[in-house]
Design a binder for this molecule. Sequence first.
Ligand code: CAO
Length: 477
Amino acid sequence: MATKTEIKVPDIGDFEKVPVIEVLVAEGDVIEEEQSLVTLESDKATMEVPASKGGKLVELRVSEGDEVSEGDVIGIVEVEDEADSGDDADDSDGKDRDREAKSEEEGRKSEDGSEASDEDESVGDTPETGNRKPETEKSEEDEKPGRSAEQSEAGKSDDLPAPPVPFVEMGRDPSSIPHASPAVRKLARELGVDLSQVEGSAEHGRITEEDLKKHVKSRMADGASAAGGAGGMEVAAPPKVDFAKFGEIEEQKLSRIQKISGPALHRNWVTIPHVTQFDTADITEMEAFRKAAKPEAEEAGTKMTPLVFMIKAVVAGLKKFPKFNTSLSNDGESLVYKKYFHVGVAVDTPNGLMVPVIRDADSKSLLELAHDLSELSGKARDGKLSREEMQGGCMSISSLGGIGGTAFTPIINAPEVAILGVSKAETKPVWNGEEFEPRLMLPLSLSYDHRVIDGADAARFTQYLCHVLGDVRRLML
Ligand code: CAO
């Protein structure tokens, strides 16, 4: 026997009457659970609504151009009863487990509909959980409906509403997100096309598949007319290698965070002209002060690592050199100066790199910053950061000082224009004019966007960081 189930528009946040821009199925189709049925488009982004049940789509109630809100019925699916399908009806636990496993597996496999953080979110435009309102950033659990633990549970019950679905795109300034359906985004990713470069011909400047094809054709024509194609960004595809031919191998899927941050890092690396300025700060006195303040930090229930001082120093630098606290406007014609001081901190987590943001770092004491840092990095490691906690950074810090190394070239977390890399402090002999003195020297690596910041400014910025870190009382000036 088969039962009929209504597929409804799930929780889509505060949006109402959202236009249907694409219908991806037809009446009579046999659809799978989680298969996308329609694409909706808000003012800011697009989302696909998946089927909460698999079966035969016996009725489709929406068509392109309709406007829908949460709870509206998209279609009716005839679902074959499990007893009829030959499954052991008593094995409901087993099925739930299978479904959960499948859901997780699909979650891992699923293509993220965004162009991963832009800014996303990274040093990796990094990339969150928690509520699932339409936003511009999302975390690993946010990527697709039904992925969090609670939602996997919810997915098991027919009585519960379909899980909320996030609008795609993370970590981007919403006004800069090109409108395009997830299908077009997927195609763009496959073709390696940056959608922000494509002109959309549909309503609200939405990019259609035709627009994308037109763009690719014109790029190919440009590339062909440039000498040997060297004028374009085309590069040879990486060789396809059967590694198993050379020895034993094991293949592991990328984590969802890696899937998001990878393309974002790549984009930032390729599209931003990076230069890295190196410097060394004498933190001998700072370290003495930090050690002396350890008991107070412990009393306050936190730990004050050198990184806390870096956050303070970066804020001082942003105040003194406001160009470092800017972003290029969406049209690339102007600089947006920010009057707030939110500092991103790269955190190494078992699932990949995440960049939570310490808000209003300028108004916080060292102890407060230490508290925020340990709370946010703990949440990042537990996969519990909310979108808000990863948005709005002015400049990021990537500290490998707890691990080692002498310098590195961090990738800018667009749309920020600079990132400070911090390596391990070491005691070095430093000439004081009369003799060598043992001093604790901290290596700094500042990567900056050369479209916005000149080399001289960058050298002044790192010198200033060295100046304030050399005597942290200056941070109070
Ligand atoms: N020089 C010398 N020692 C340092 C140091 C430095 N620059 N920075 C930290 N340390 C010490 C700390 O004082 C601490 O030692 P004690 O326990 O003896 O006090 C130890 O190293 C470990 O510090 P930590 O790493 O736990 O803490 P942190 O505040 O320095 O960093 C966090 C916090 C979340 C940034 C860090 O744990 C982390 O994830 N770092 C990796 C960031 C990363 O992956 N960046 C690369 C991005 S690009 O791929």
